[in-house]
Design a protein around this ligand. Structure first.
Ligand code: DAT
Ligand code: MG
Length: 139
């Protein structure tokens, strides 16, 4: 996957709270093109694998439970400098620390239930995108 791509998930709290459309609009208005998208629900095995890097953290069990609690929107996004620009658009992990105008400032409930995922590197963007999408689902 090219380095101008990132991967996102609109998390269960964002969907539950009716923010899917507003968040997608913010993403598109910020200049990201949607290369792939699906409405789906993670299995426990998928969520464990996706967040494997956090397996030793005290919040891992809670994180897996939350991420499998309802449907999500998964998407591959394209833009110059996609990873960094998308992290800037979503804001800090903890909405209390997120800047004004960011998605998490507007929609996250808490540090755990924080509305949206964004890849943290080009390498992880590629891994995470391939985790959710086959070549024939990317446009
Ligand atoms: P980010 O999603 O900003 O990349 P991260 O990779 O550090 O943050 O953590 C992944 C997710 O784990 C995060 O979006 C929400 C959850 N999480 C992180 N730290 C947490 C904490 N202290 N308590 C509860 N959940 C936490
Ligand atoms: Mg992260």
């Amino acid at each position: 996957m090219a380095t101008n791509r990132t991967f996102t998930m609109l998390k269960p709290d964002a969907i539950e709270n009716g923010h899917m459309g507003k968040i997608l609009d913010m993403i598109i208005q910020a200049g990201f093109q949607i290369k792939a998208m699906k409405y789906t629900r993670l299995t426990v095995d998928q969520a464990k694998k996706f967040y494997e890097v956090h397996a030793e953290r005290p919040f891992y069990g809670e994180l897996v439970e939350y991420m499998t609690s309802g449907p999500i929107v998964a998407a591959i996004l394209e833009k110059d400098n996609a990873v960094a620009d998308f992290r800037a658009l979503i804001g800090s992990t903890d909405p209390a620390e997120a800047a004004e105008g960011t998605i998490r400032k507007a929609f996250a409930e808490s540090k755990g239930r924080n509305a949206v995922h964004g890849s943290d590197s080009d390498e992880n963007a590629a891994i995470e995108g391939e985790f959710h999408f086959g070549a024939n689902e990317i446009f």
